[in-house]
Design a protein around this ligand. Sequence first.
Ligand SMILES: CCCCC/C=C\C/C=C\C/C=C\C/C=C\C/C=C/C(=O)SCCNC(=O)CCNC(=O)[C@H](O)C(C)(C)COP(=O)(O)OP(=O)(O)OC[C@H]1O[C@@H](n2cnc3c(N)ncnc32)[C@H](O)[C@@H]1OP(=O)(O)O
Ligand SMILES: Cc1cc2nc3c(=O)[nH]c(=O)nc-3n(C[C@H](O)[C@H](O)[C@H](O)COP(=O)(O)OP(=O)(O)OC[C@H]3O[C@@H](n4cnc5c(N)ncnc54)[C@H](O)[C@@H]3O)c2cc1C
Length: 644
Amino acid sequence: MAVNKVNEDLLRERARYTFNIEELTNFIDGGEEGTRNRREVEDMVIHVKELHDEVPEDYLSHKERYENAVKKGCILIDLLKEHVLRHSSFDAYKPSNMYRVLSMAKEVSPVLLHMGMFVPTIFGQASAEQQEEWLHKALMLEIIGTYAQTELGHGTFLRGLETTATYDPSTEEFVLHSPTLTSYKWWPGGLGQTANHCIVVAQLYSREKCYGVHAFLVQIRDSETHMPLPGIKVGDIGPKLGFQTANNGFLGFDHFRIPRKNMLMRNAQVLKDGRYVKSKSDKLTYGTMMLVRVMIVSDAAYELSRAATIAARYSAVRRQSMPRPGQPEPQILDYVTQQHKVFIAIATSHALRLTGGWLWDAYSSLTHDLDQGNLDQLPELHALACCLKAISSRDSNSLVEQCRMSCGGHGYMSSSNFPTIYGATAATVTYEGEYTVMLLQTARYLMKAWKEALGGIVLTPTVAYMVTYNKAKPAWVNTPEAIIQGFHAVAVGKVKEAADGIEYHQNSGKDYEDAWNAASVMLVKASECYCRAIICETFWKEIQKHSRSMSRNLAVVLQQLSELYLSYWVLERSGDFFQVRTVPLTRTKFEFVSFASPKCHCQMCTGFVAHITSVVVLAVQVSIQNLTLTFCTRKRNEFDIGSC
Ligand SMILES: CCCCC/C=C\C/C=C\C/C=C\C/C=C\C/C=C/C(=O)SCCNC(=O)CCNC(=O)[C@H](O)C(C)(C)COP(=O)(O)OP(=O)(O)OC[C@H]1O[C@@H](n2cnc3c(N)ncnc32)[C@H](O)[C@@H]1OP(=O)(O)O
Ligand SMILES: Cc1cc2nc3c(=O)[nH]c(=O)nc-3n(C[C@H](O)[C@H](O)[C@H](O)COP(=O)(O)OP(=O)(O)OC[C@H]3O[C@@H](n4cnc5c(N)ncnc54)[C@H](O)[C@@H]3O)c2cc1C
């Protein structure tokens, strides 16, 4: 029988890595224990033959694909539970842990929403007594839930949701009802056939007054027969671009009654007589969305690292064309255009992974503050979660597509796994807060910050430079620190431009809402630039911080990746950089001028060209088959990929 022989080119490339593979493995896993945890789970998974498909899933019927995904989901959840029970330190919700385990099956799991939103909502929004009743059942999958917020008519505009929950003091129950077709819940994952419970977000009415949207835990299917309960209409919404096994469904209520105690009451409450007790902040109802947005940054990085690895490996083994007559066809990775496609994907996967870890730490700190009743950091974290979720998911999805294209026709095969990864990352650009809407949310925060900056008020950390910018005049030299200052200058310029845009439209007679809408393209741009500055700065600082405790060879490679990322985005946004001048920013004097003068001091542009041709490539490959984490390094003149 033919033994799978590893490609000679790949073996040669793998023999040339220039740093300690295990050291980088640990860095990516967040430490030696993280690597041990991951390998332990991978060891468990690789030996479960039911997780390996006999027939490509694309050749299965929708029903067979779903059943196959349920089977795998149950196996993986059992492995996760067993592992969590044995390793209390394994925090399932630390970025990518839970998602990575579930994504070890190619199909999106029908219980992803259970683990990804239903359980976290109980953690975050149920009272202590309610957690006592439901949390263990949920963690042990004795109940299977989803998160039912979006309706046919509203996804973004939460205050416009139409499902009602009306309190009846005579029976101490809430009556859930879907008054219109557009009020039907539409999209929740697992709702089609899988979930028997869900978190329902509905407008709360008591004593004929509406108190806005609140969350309720609702049983929708019989625990024994799994049939929909009386007053419940539920089913599958049908085929989609991807996520075919996520089991997205619809849900309608016909005067469906639930006990008062099923309103999640950690924040707000309705007392037996119907009195409403207000939460410290209405925004706490939105807590689960913030958590998932924070997780998406790391999971988008993880999906991108998979795509970058496929593209890097393919680029090492694919030989094509003959630039020199009579010479062997070169590996396509020798083409600078190929490097330009693949290397930024590798660098971005690291940038987003490190930024996702930084955001997770900020979120964890906020959660602790919220437990102490301190909401001070909530607005900034909401703004950060919004723009980082938007930009990370969009960058990840765009670069997954770029990686696919870099593999030519074979990238279009289902067996390449690009279609699955593309489908998963494309969804993240829309769900959990649509791209544009999220950036506009951040813009809302930036406009407030700008007004405070002009008043000289000390701002929260990620926008502090708006006040201190005058002092930190960018020294336009080709250093990473100067590039980061340049991104700050661009962000401030765009924020000011958007604020001036709103002011201009108001002065021309528009009310604030219309002025906001008229300036909204500039507002989105300002958020993008603010977010790009955060990713650039965080990537660079994280690498500097960790480099001090790692071997020099690895530090060099990671430093070059972060410099590649900075240089790439300077060129991508060169127009914005050309506009930024080096004079102190003041309200009246700030203006955009062109750098077009031939004696432009900025060496960034020329420096970058040198960079991209001498860049060292690092591709991370998590290969379940080999149960190893292997890497590629590549130097221009050696044209060698390390182990990959
Ligand atoms: C790459 C593959 C990754 C796959 C795995 C991904 C993740 C990991 C694991 C698990 C995830 C699980 C499953 C993943 C799959 C699918 C899940 C999808 C689920 C969903 O999509 S759930 C539904 C999500 N829906 C939304 O996000 C709705 C978007 N809309 C909103 O958030 C808000 O309505 C709004 C647009 C932000 C604001 O609306 P608006 O009407 O203008 O204002 P208000 O609502 O009145 O709010 C204004 C006020 O409140 C502040 N605010 C708003 N939202 C928040 C918040 N979340 N936290 C804190 N503060 C908030 C806002 O700033 C305003 O404050 P002001 O002081 O300015 O007034
Ligand atoms: C794969 C997938 C899984 C999902 N899973 C779930 C789930 O489990 N549970 C759940 O509750 N939901 C889920 N959703 C729904 C998801 O949360 C919504 O689709 C998302 O919030 C966007 O809302 P929408 O679809 O109503 O789009 P809309 O908000 O209608 O957006 C449509 C367009 O209008 C624009 N727009 C909307 N509002 C504004 C504004 N104020 N200013 C400027 N432009 C605006 C948007 O930018 C966009 O271009 C899922 C969606 C997908 C695709």
